[in-house]
Write a protein that binds this ligand. Structure first.
Ligand code: FES
Ligand code: FES
Length: 156
């Protein structure tokens, strides 16, 4: 079956089973490997993408349900020469370790900070309850998100 999805602003067609997880379509068909394939149970958050503006675990979404939706992956957030504000804040603080959790963290935090640009440290921590970092690198990630909130607050 042919299913039309919009990924990072481009119309893409997937030919296959409607139950195929969106994560597999992104990684194996579209070769967008930023969303990571880890638990496949919605537990770790490594496969997070935005679906119609909501951060969701792509391993739990059958491609049939993504039909006609706007999908944004980590590849659509920023480029090497033009990082998103959050990506830049994370880079500035060297907040990455192995990087496995990182795309999912960025996708979750980006959405959260859009809704709460002046979040507190505790609110940022709570927003990451669905993202597991095996390297236990949370503190610097939270530091970077908080620095961005403070920077945004000082400009407003
Ligand atoms: S791989 Fe999707 S939540 Fe872990
Ligand atoms: S940086 Fe390694 S899992 Fe988070």
């Amino acid at each position: 079956m042919s299913i039309l999805i919009n990924v990072n602003g481009e119309e893409r067609v997937f030919d296959g089973e409607v139950v195929t997880p969106l994560l597999d379509v992104l990684r194996n068909t579209l070769f967008l490997t930023g969303a990571k394939d880890v638990c496949r149970e919605g537990f770790c958050g490594a496969c997070m993408v935005h679906v119609d503006g909501v951060a969701m675990a792509s391993c739990l979404i059958p491609i049939g349900l993504a039909r006609d939706k706007r999908i944004v992956t980590i590849e659509g957030l920023g480029r090497d020469d033009h990082l998103s504000p959050l990506q830049q804040a994370l880079e500035d603080l060297d907040a990455v370790q192995c990087g496995m959790c990182f795309p999912g963290m960025v996708m979750s935090l980006t959405k959260f900070l859009e809704e709460k640009p002046a979040a507190t440290r505790n609110e940022i921590k709570r927003s990451l309850t669905g993202n597991v970092c095996r390297c236990t690198g949370y503190e610097r990630i939270i530091d970077a998100a908080l620095a961005l909130c403070q920077e945004q607050g000082s400009k407003s």
